[in-house]
Design a protein around this ligand. Structure first.
Ligand code: NAP
Length: 381
């Protein structure tokens, strides 16, 4: 790491009645020193400019944009929040969405991704690391996996985890849970803590905040010592503070529920999208709901949807059930239609305008009904 002495960042440390200004450290030195336990130490990360973000983090100094002391506690009674240094691995749509809140709460966010998101990171007040070695050498308290489900294994295996502290906490937000649980248990050293989570909301559904929205978590492995337990709680507290409905459940239980809720919702949304529905002058509330469903589901990447299918063993069965349900509904309709036609044919009711018209109605009948139609055609005249 370069040992630049340039004062690219200043922090004011509020230590009771005293005020100290730290000497100018390098980025890396500074991040290593960021306090995570000293609860009376109040820090606020300085936002880097876009130009700074284009510089390799460890090799060139950043300009100082501003150094602002964080406001004193609003309420002396309020529980102080422990500030964490969080590595967000996968800085796409969802990684950036989460970072906005993490930074607002005063946590330090170190971002890493396949693509260069340094400008977006700077705009959000996070630090971007193109090289995972540099990221891990900053010794984050928490590594938060926010990459696509499909790339999770490649990404985890590409991280030099030996450069992390021995007791690092790994967490993920993948929309399926058994797969990352097994992946993390299988690839990480036994000393690492693991919490698997799924915030059941996204940039669209949580546009107005996270209040009341479900946050599912499973403390897969959290060491006994009080420090580890406290860090796990501090991480979960990020979501509790935003008002999320905290739901502790096993990864297996999550996946069983998620196939019925999330995969179904996305499948219906994506199927409706194939119809290219448009608003009309006479939209009903129900139709408006359908249009919103299309918007909500299709704004997520196809990789995400594909991941819900590929990595949740319950999804295939759900897809079969959905197909069966659609056929059953169609069958009910066409059975009714057949009854009418048969009455006309055999009981002398007035015929439809033409036979062709009648059969054209049946062209869309479910496959099983083709058989009925063939049989009907063979009826004696
Ligand atoms: P996504 O398409 O699932 O993931 C995009 C992220 O994956 C980007 O950071 C991208 O990196 C990375 N990525 C994709 N392919 C990669 C590869 N081959 N190698 C390395 N990195 C790769 O979209 P998302 O909405 O951002 O979701 C991220 C995660 O959050 C997913 O696991 C998803 O299940 C979960 N999640 C999403 C939501 C939501 O509402 N969107 C809600 C809850 C949980 P680059 O950008 O650097 O290319």
């Amino acid at each position: 790491m370069a040992n630049s002495s340039a004062s690219f960042m200043r922090l004011r440390l509020s230590l009771g009645p005293f005020f100290r200004r730290s000497p100018a450290p390098t980025n890396l030195q500074l991040l290593r020193r960021l306090p995570v336990d000293a609860s009376q130490l109040r820090l606020r990360a300085v936002r880097a400019t876009e130009a700074d973000a284009r510089q390799p983090f460890d090799h060139q100094p950043r300009a100082i944009e501003e150094a602002v002391e964080e406001e004193e506690e609003e309420d002396g009674q309020k529980k102080q929040q422990r500030k964490l240094k969080i590595a967000v691995v996968g800085f796409g749509n969802y990684g950036q969405f989460l970072t906005r809140t993490l930074v607002r709460q005063g946590h330090t966010v170190l971002a890493h991704s396949r693509s260069d998101h340094s400008v977006a990171a700077a705009e959000l007040g996070a630090y971007f690391f193109a090289d995972p070695h540099d990221l891990c050498e900053c010794h984050p308290d928490v590594v938060l996996l926010v990459t696509s489900i499909l790339s999770a294994e490649t990404v985890i295996r590409s991280l030099p985890v030996h450069r992390l502290r021995r007791d690092t906490l790994f967490a993920d937000v993948l929309s399926v849970k058994e797969f990352p649980r097994n992946l993390l248990l299988g690839t990480l050293p036994e000393d690492f803590d693991i919490i698997c989570t799924h915030p059941m909301f996204g940039p669209e559904s949580a546009r107005d905040g996270w209040g009341g929205l479900p946050f599912v978590f499973d403390k897969v492995r959290v060491g006994d010592c009080p420090g580890r337990a406290a860090r796990a709680e501090a991480f979960l507290d990020i979501f509790a503070r935003e008002g999320c409905r905290m739901v502790e459940m096993s990864c297996a239980e999550h996946d069983a529920h998620a196939a019925e809720t999330q995969f179904l919702t996305h499948t219906v949304g994506r199927t409706l999208a194939m119809l290219e529905l448009q608003p009309t002058p006479i939209d009903t509330k129900g139709y408006e709901t359908l249009l919103r469903l299309v918007d909500n589901t299709c704004s997520d990447s196809f990789d995400l949807y594909n991941g819900l299918f590929m990595y949740n063993t319950n999804s295939t069965e759900l897809l079969h059930r959905l197909e069966f349900a659609m056929d059953s509904v169609k069958k009910k309709l066409f059975d009714g239609l057949h009854d009418v036609l048969r009455k006309q044919l055999f009981e002398g009711s007035p015929p439809l305008d033409s036979d062709a018209a009648a059969w054209s109605l049946l062209d869309d009948a479910p496959i099983g009904d083709d058989l009925d139609r063939d049989n009907d055609e063979k009826q004696p005249e």
